[in-house]
Design a protein around this ligand. Structure first.
Ligand SMILES: Cc1ncc(COP(=O)(O)O)c(C=O)c1O
Length: 404
């Protein structure tokens, strides 16, 4: 099937695009970087991360909200990237495990710049938190409140709540953390009074409410965002000593043609409307919004062959390096690292090098003719790519470069 696509370049921006026919990110040629790395390679544009952070801060400031941003480290924990964020000095970091906490400390984040939002918290996890008395903790169960209280009486905490509504990229259920089906995340309203009682009994002071209800939401999900904040208000009203509200992460970026960037002004206006007069500090903990579009994954084509009527393009990395298409069914945009000299497009399926049927990075997409030895770039790979990678089939090796 051949077809001409006019809109191969809608993703282009300053510091990401074709220069003299070669895909370039932050001044570096993607295929040259991949060739010299000699392995699958993630390239991260540091300036883009900074711009994403500054854009978010500007919109919160414009809305008159006193605010703090905690970067959700689970999106990407590449140490140079964490160091870069630390040196920018414009955000804290949200962690969800002891090792993430220690990684944040290693690159210089102060305890008070770190929030810990964990789940299924063990005694060993609590022991690490006990040794870091300045870290902000969000307890997401009565059990963790009770056990933390035993170790750290007098500590100030936040409670992660479950507003029983979720949202996510194109309302993908796999990306929703709350909703009709019971989830493990947060304290439900029916248990909230008991949780507050438990905190009092355990000598813990509740000074924050936290909720994170899903990932990747864009402008069409904002009416739901508004309802979620309203649902959060019920919890807020029951806490006399509250100082902050953490609205989680989940802010999405366009992943496929037809997606529009999240309307940040409308997003912040909803926050202002609900909590603008509350005197509460508004905290958010975005992961993807800061790093996803700053990164690309570059892989080399090793096989181009038709099988059963499908043209497969085999590459030197698989779903173990970037799990989102296989795991969450999220679209991954693919580009040739060299600009095609014709407008010819063919339908292809990009297959990885892992012996699993689900090891497809993109299915039935239009690409210019691809040859063995070519390099392909996968956009929006800065979040939940390397951080979720595995060594399945002992093919977990890759390199990462932070480009200044
Ligand atoms: C508690 C919490 N906060 C923040 C995030 C970051 O989400 P995102 O990368 O979609 O902004 C997550 C993601 O799973 C999360 O679980």
């Amino acid at each position: 099937l051949n077809s001409a696509s006019s809109d191969l370049y809608h993703w282009e921006r300053e510091n990401l695009g074709y220069q003299a026919g070669v895909l370039t990110i932050a001044g570096q040629q993607a295929e040259v970087m991949a060739h010299s790395a000699g392995a699958p390679v993630f390239l991260y544009d540091a300036q883009r991360i900074r711009q994403n952070l500054e854009r978010l801060q500007a919109v919160l400031a414009q809305a008159g909200l006193s605010h703090s941003i905690y970067y959700a480290m689970k999106a990407n924990r590449f140490p140079p990237l964490l160091t870069y964020l630390r040196l920018l000095g414009r955000c804290g970091v949200d962690v969800c495990s002891p090792e993430e906490l220690l990684s944040a400390r290693q690159v210089g984040f102060a305890e008070t710049e770190i929030s810990y939002t964990g789940t299924s918290v063990s005694e060993e996890d609590l022991a690490v938190l006990q040794r870091h008395p300045g870290v902000i903790i969000h307890c997401d169960s009565l059990s963790s409140i009770r056990r933390l209280g035993r170790r750290c009486p007098g500590r100030r905490i936040g409670l992660r709540i479950n507003p029983e509504m979720g949202l996510g990229y194109r309302m993908n259920r796999l990306l929703q953390y709350a909703g009709r089906k019971a989830t493990k995340f947060g304290i439900y309203h029916g248990q909230f009074k008991a949780a507050l009682h438990c905190a009092r009994e355990s000598d813990l002071l509740v000074e924050g409410i936290h909720f994170h209800t899903g990932c990747g939401y864009l402008t069409p999900q904002l009416p739901l965002w508004s309802q979620i904040l309203e649902a959060g208000q019920r919890f807020v009203d029951e806490c006399p000593d509250l100082r902050y509200l953490n609205l989680g992460g989940g802010l999405g970026i366009p992943l496929a043609e037809g997606d529009e960037p999240l309307d940040l002004s409308a997003w912040s206006a909803i926050i202002s409307r609900q909590f603008g007069n509350s005197n509460l500090r508004i905290c958010i903990e975005p992961g993807d919004y800061l790093v996803k579009d700053a990164g690309i994954l570059v892989l080399q084509v090793n096989t181009v062959e038709e099988k059963g009527g499908t043209l497969f393009v085999g590459v030197n990395g698989g779903f173990n390096l970037h799990i989102e298409p296989a795991f969450y069914k999220l679209p991954l945009q693919v580009l040739p690292c060299r600009q095609p000299d014709s407008s010819l497009r063919r339908r292809v399926t990009i297959a990885g090098n892992i012996n699993e049927a689900c090891d497809l990075l993109a299915e039935n997409i239009l690409l210019p003719p691809v040859h063995e030895g070519d390099y392909l770039a996968f956009l929006n790979a800065g979040g939940y790519g390397s951080s979720m990678s595995s060594n399945h089939c002992l093919r977990g090796f890759f390199r990462e470069y932070l480009l200044p």
